[in-house]
Design a protein around this ligand. Structure first.
Ligand code: HEC
Length: 103
């Protein structure tokens, strides 16, 4: 009985990770590049950080988690909430894949 309990807990905690992996498997870095045009007006392309955090080279799974948190309004920034709110999961994952490859 105890074993089943632990297995259930394990599955519960790993679900979000599996979800990210599935999203990333369906992501398209070229599509991400296409979508990144509006992002780089604020998030500097050269990776400079002038008050706005650089998102170049950001780990793709962390990136997805951050974007979903803005979308769910769990993170406060209203600009990013609006931007993430307009993107679907595949678009977020494609952006994550594209930015994770940048220096
Ligand atoms: C109008 C300016 C602006 C635009 C456009 C913009 N962002 Fe942001 N972004 C910000 C600001 C400001 C923050 C920091 C917010 C905070 O402190 O929570 C941020 C934070 C982030 C973060 C979290 C970074 C971290 O390490 O905490 C990610 C990821 C991100 N943006 C992705 C994107 C993506 C992807 C796009 C394009 C679809 C985009 N942003 C477009 C201003 C912008």
């Amino acid at each position: 009985m105890k074993k089943i309990f632990f297995i259930l807990i394990f599955i519960l905690f790993s679900l979000p990770v599996f979800a990210d992996k599935k999203l990333l498997a369906e992501a398209d870095a070229d599509y991400g590049e296409h979508l990144s045009g509006e992002c780089v007006t604020c998030h500097h392309k050269g990776g400079l950080n002038r008050g706005i955090p650089s998102i170049n080279g950001q780990d793709a799974e962390v990136f997805i988690a951050l974007m979903l948190a803005y979308k769910a309004k769990e993170m406060e920034n209203p600009v990013m909430q609006m931007i993430a709110g307009r993107l679907d999961d595949n678009q977020i994952a494609s952006l994550a894949l594209y930015f994770s490859k940048l220096k």
